[in-house]
Design a protein. Structure first.
Ligand code: ZN
Lengths: 87, 976
């Protein structure tokens, strides 16, 4: 079980969070004229690295914020936790 | 004579308190402080179990968790199965059975297996599965290979729970290094948790120590000081069994069989492991005979239980740690027949032992003799030469010492082979963990202390703390350098004799050789092929020997061979403590404000989605469930009914871009929904499948309210949030889940309007002013209300939404005044019947994650002019395949009383194994006086009127495909 360091609430137990899938690019705005292969890439080819990857977590039972967590899938070490839409 | 092998003095047992228990039906007497194993040994019971595969007689081989010989089942109410006999304390009246014995350990039908054992080499199961003979073997194998029976009692009296602990320092293991580490960290004033699996947590040395008064005195001093710290939590009888990410350690605390059990989740900034060592056995023919045990086990029985279960003892070793045992046995006045030591230099090690012991240095044991009881051994010089036969009834073996790397493995740490110690020791850590003491390869007593002092001082400095220096007294003990000559296997043996590497899983030397011959040359493959190390003990005493043997055979170095990966748990943990505690405290049900009224009025309440406990139906006197549902459905269809629709999911969406956002989330157009009106639509996943259905109302400019399904609220909330935060963060939208802020009483039935118009309200309820799908704010009988004309029943329906605090009052007044109309409260079962009659879809029935809107005949909810919404592109892409689609249809039987059960397959007429659809819902329709069903059927919509085959349990039943609507197909009633 992970401890996730929420930028708003501090380090909190994983049980307060919902895992919401690997990071993917923002949804394309031109969905209607995206080429088929670009669409399939967007839909079905998320990054799934062995090692450092980014993923979305929702602090549902906490502040309700969406977080982008950088985690090493081999060691479960969390390298950074930031607000998901903080660009 | 009871306790024949009990020594007259010594031990920590209480001879004055005899305790009787039964073992395989026989009454055994031990005394307070005994374990099942020590009590059996003190009574001379040698054969205590049968081996897993060959059903050879087995005895007790150790005194701890590493036990590979005897596993028992505790019977009765407190029953538990497959626990080592060495860790269960005896209690008056305890009933114990050894496992793998049928009918009992002395007369064992499984011995027949001995004769056919050449037919069951390693890989037997794999090989047999691929051939037809499995059918012949199966019943026989199942009968004899069963591990333990299901406990007699259905419900265990044991209570299970879990606890969390947080600390700066976690010390695992209470040997001398662990004790030093605990004390030094305690002195920092930071939070310390100290975990040990023994009854008495201090002073359990894994490697034998020549104890004296100065050691005992010092240990007492340390222990007393440690007990005085309020910042230290000491968990005894607690086994650390799991090591997870970010220094999370899982530990299991138990007070014995049938007592309460706890699982601890301990999160520590720093973990100090001092899990010690375990002795390994020696591999030689018939090394499994009852009467052969680990030297460390015998030493433990000697010192703690005052038991030496034999009269003529032989020690067999490849290292000098056995000296302490030799000295102890002689002190207790027992005879040592001989010491067989594979080391040439062994002789000098025993020079100061009293008496005339035959020392066979440079010798190996060729084989053991005896069957149910050891009779002797044959030894011969390692370099070859004349063999000698030695009679004995007890053989203590020591193959060397292995650091207990189980938790270290789990923490991700690496390991390397140490030539001096002839075993694997920890190398580099991955997490914030250090190892001290014999686990770290420091085998001498003083060496362990110094190691702990040095490493803990460094750690404390590194984390920026300070501690008092620990004073270490001079111990007057001989500190010999550990000396070992690895001897991975000995004796050639005859073809039929078995040398066991893994006692518990009956894996022999020959099995490993076979696996290597057949090309399974990686140790993890050898494991899988032979089941080596896969038993309940996870090969604590055998796995390193296996690595040594593989190294011998393949010529690879031990670092190249490696070690079988240890997995969680370190030792078995009961399922009860791993399971999530259930019940109202842990997972409270949600109830609505009228639950009290419901209970008083015959409601049968149960969970119906999203953890809501709500009425299924209301039972009047002498009614059956079916009667109640029929009565309730008729009330809706012909008169007046009321239900509590509060659990429906409600979201509010506001902001400048609210409409733009909802256009993307829904299949329907949003911008043109008139103020005060709603529109039914679907929400799809980006993969193009239905996630939820519901109504979007326009409340005001930039203000929308969504009314969605009860069951999917969490998933839908996440879906909306995710897209809002991750894709459309640039939009000005706020989303609020108002499910618990709006409660409602829904009044439905042909008389609903007439009835409600009797009340004092500023909302015009006439059909002209308040059409179907409209929503109105106002006051209803003095209560602020938001009324919506949506219908899940197919009848005229008003959903009166109020604040939770007002629902009870509203409900009360509606029910009271509705009496004149025969108002009938209805439950969720009735709602289900009504929606099936109307062909309204339901999540989990018609919507199963593979269905799109068009399949359900809901193409009309897809906004024709919409360029984009979540799921549109994927849905279109899915539809480019020309394969048949499962489409929603109705099903009726020729006979009104035939029901097609939910889930029943629809099969092709020419091939009853070819499934072309299934029944998704099926109910008795009181208004139609027949069963009606909904189904998903290949290309169903183009097959109206066709006959299909329903494969019921008792055969094929014909059914006719119909429109998926059995009541008011034009919808005039719900629009009225
Ligand atoms: Zn937070």
């Amino acid at each position: 079980m992970l401890i996730i360091d929420c930028p708003f609430c501090g380090p909190r137990d994983e049980r307060e969070f919902e895992y919401c899938g690997p990071y993917r690019e923002r949804r394309p705005d031109n969905m209607d004229n995206l080429s088929e292969s670009d669409f399939i890439d967007y839909l079905l080819v998320p990054e799934n690295p062995e090692g450092v990857g980014q993923e979305f977590w929702w602090h549902k039972r906490g502040c309700g914020e969406w977080l982008l967590v950088v985690r090493d899938t081999r060691t479960h070490q969390i390298l950074s936790t930031v607000e998901a839409d903080a660009e | 004579m009871p306790n024949k092998y009990r020594l007259a003095t010594g031990g920590t047992i209480d001879r004055k308190v005899p305790i009787k228990f039964t073992f395989n039906g026989k009454t055994i007497e031990g005394c307070l402080g005994d374990t099942v194993a020590s009590a059996l040994l003190s009574n001379g019971i040698n054969t205590t179990g049968r081996s897993f595969k060959y059903h050879r007689p087995r005895g007790i081989v150790s005194a701890g968790l590493e036990e590979a010989g005897t596993f028992i089942e505790v019977m009765g109410r407190k029953g538990t199965s497959a626990v080592p006999a060495t860790i269960v304390p005896i209690e008056e009246g305890l009933r114990i059975k050894s496992i793998n014995c049928w009918p009992n350990p002395n007369i064992d039908f499984g011995q027949v297996l001995q004769m056919i054992s050449p037919l069951i080499p390693s890989g037997f199961y794999y090989k047999t599965f691929f051939k037809p003979q499995w059918k012949i073997f199966e019943p026989f194998i199942r009968k004899i290979a069963g591990l333990a029976d299901i406990p007699e009692s259905e419900i265990s009296p044991t209570t299970y729970d879990s606890r969390d602990a947080h600390c700066e320092f976690l010390v695992i293991g209470g040997g001398i290094a662990g004790l030093v580490a605990a004390l030094m960290t305690a002195r920092t004033g930071k939070r310390v948790v100290f975990v040990d699996n023994h009854m008495e947590p201090f002073g359990n040395w894994s490697l034998p120590v020549n104890e004296n008064a100065s050691i005992r005195q010092w240990v007492r001093t340390l222990k007393d000081e440690l007990n005085g710290y309020s910042n230290v939590r000491i968990l005894t009888k607690t086994m650390a069994w799991g090591y997870r990410e970010q220094n999370l350690v899982l530990a299991h605390e138990t007070n014995g069989i049938g007592q309460s059990e706890l699982v601890w989740r301990i999160r520590s900034s720093n973990v100090i492991m001092s899990t010690g060592c375990t002795e390994r056995g020696l591999v030689f023919p018939h090394n499994d005979r009852p009467g052969i045990m680990l030297a460390s086990g015998l030493l433990n029985y000697c010192n703690n239980y005052a038991v030496i279960p034999g009269d003529r003892v032989i020690l067999y070793t490849n290292n000098n740690s056995i000296k302490v045992l030799a000295k102890t046995i002689l002190e207790k006045g027992k005879e040592i027949v001989a010491i067989v030591d594979t080391r040439e230099e062994g002789l000098s090690d025993y020079s100061n032992l009293p008496g005339n012991i035959n020392i066979y240095s440079g010798h190996q044991v060729n084989k053991a003799s005896g069957w149910n009881r050891l009779r002797g051994v044959i030894a011969s010089p390692v370099m070859g030469g004349k063999s000698v036969t030695l009679r004995c009834d007890l053989l203590a073996v020591s193959g060397g010492w292995n650091p207990n790397l189980q938790l270290w493995f789990q923490s991700g740490g690496s390991f390397s082979y140490d030539n001096e110690l002839a075993t694997f020791v920890p190398a580099n850590s991955v997490q914030d963990v250090i190892t001290v003491g014999s686990l770290a390869g420091k085998f001498g007593f003083v060496e362990k202390i110094n190691d702990a002092v040095q490493k803990i001082s460094d750690l404390i400095t590194t984390v920026g703390l300070s501690t008092e220096l620990l004073q270490i007294p001079e111990f007057d003990i001989p500190e010999d350098e550990y000396s070992i000559n690895p001897y991975w296997e000995s004796g050639s043996g005859d073809a039929g004799s078995k040398s066991f590497v893994d006692l518990l899983n009956d894996v022999t030397l020959a099995d490993i050789k076979l696996a290597l011959r057949e090309g399974y040359d990686d140790i993890e493959l050898v494991k899988r092929y032979t089941t080596l190390g896969m038993g309940l003990d996870q090969g604590k005493t055998g796995n390193v020997n296996a690595s040594g043997i593989i190294s011998n055979i393949t010529g690879k170095t031990l670092d190249e061979v490696g070690l079988i990966k240890y997995r969680s748990p370190v030792s078995p943990v009961s399922f009860g403590v791993l399971g999530k505690p259930e019940g109202d405290i842990v997972k409270p049900y949600k109830t609505t404000p009228i639950t009290k009224w419901n209970r008083e009025n015959g409601a049968v309440l149960y969970e119906a989605g999203a953890n809501w406990r709500r009425p299924g139906y209301y039972l009047l006197r002498n009614e059956s469930m079916m009667d109640a549902i029929n009565r309730e459905t008729l009330a809706v269809r012909t008169g007046l009914a009321i239900y509590d629709g509060s659990p429906l999911a409600t979201f509010e969406v506001k902001g400048k871009d609210a409409a733009r956002f909802l256009e993307l989330m829904f299949t329907i157009p949003i911008q043109d929904i008139h103020m005060g009106m709603g529109r039914y639509g679907l929400m799809l996943t980006e993969e193009g499948f239905i996630l939820d259905d519901g109504v979007c109302f326009t409340m005001a400019e930039n203000w929308y309210q969504l009314s969605l399904s009860t069951g999917n609220v969490d998933l839908v909330h996440q879906h909306l949030e995710k897209h809002l935060k991750c894709d459309f963060a640039h939009m000005d939208v706020s989303l609020t889940n108002l499910t618990l802020q709006w409660m409602n009483a829904t009044v439905c039935g042909p008389e609903a309007r007439t009835f409600l118009q009797e009340f004092d309200t500023d909302i015009d309820l006439s059909s002209e002013a308040f059409p179907f799908m409209a929503i109105r704010d106002g006051e209803f009988n003095g209560i602020p209300a938001r009324i919506a004309r949506v219908s899940f029943t197919g009848e005229l329906s008003f959903e009166i939404n109020v604040r939770p605090r007002d629902l009870e009052q509203l409900w009360g007044i509606l029910v009271k005044r509705g009496n004149n109309y025969g108002i009938t409260p209805i439950g969720s079962e009735t709602n289900h019947v009504l929606r099936v009659e109307k062909g309204f879809i339901s999540l989990g029935h018609e919507v199963d994650g593979k269905i799109d809107p068009i399949d359900l005949g809901l193409g009309w909810v897809i906004g024709k002019g919409k360029k984009d919404f979540i799921g549109k592109r994927a849905m279109e892409l899915n539809r480019t395949s020309k394969l048949p689609r499962k489409e929603l249809v109705g099903l009726v039987s020729r006979y009104p009383n035939i029901q097609f059960a939910e889930g029943t397959p629809l099969v092709a007429s020419e091939d009853h194994l070819f499934v072309e659809g299934h029944v998704t819902a099926s109910v008795w329709s009181e208004i139609n006086q027949q069963y009606v069903a909904l189904a998903l059927l290949d290309d169903g919509r183009s097959r109206m009127g066709e006959k299909v085959n329903v494969r019921n349990l008792n055969g094929i039943e014909p059914a006719e495909v119909a429109k998926p609507c059995f009541y008011d197909p034009e919808g005039t009633k719900l629009r009225s």
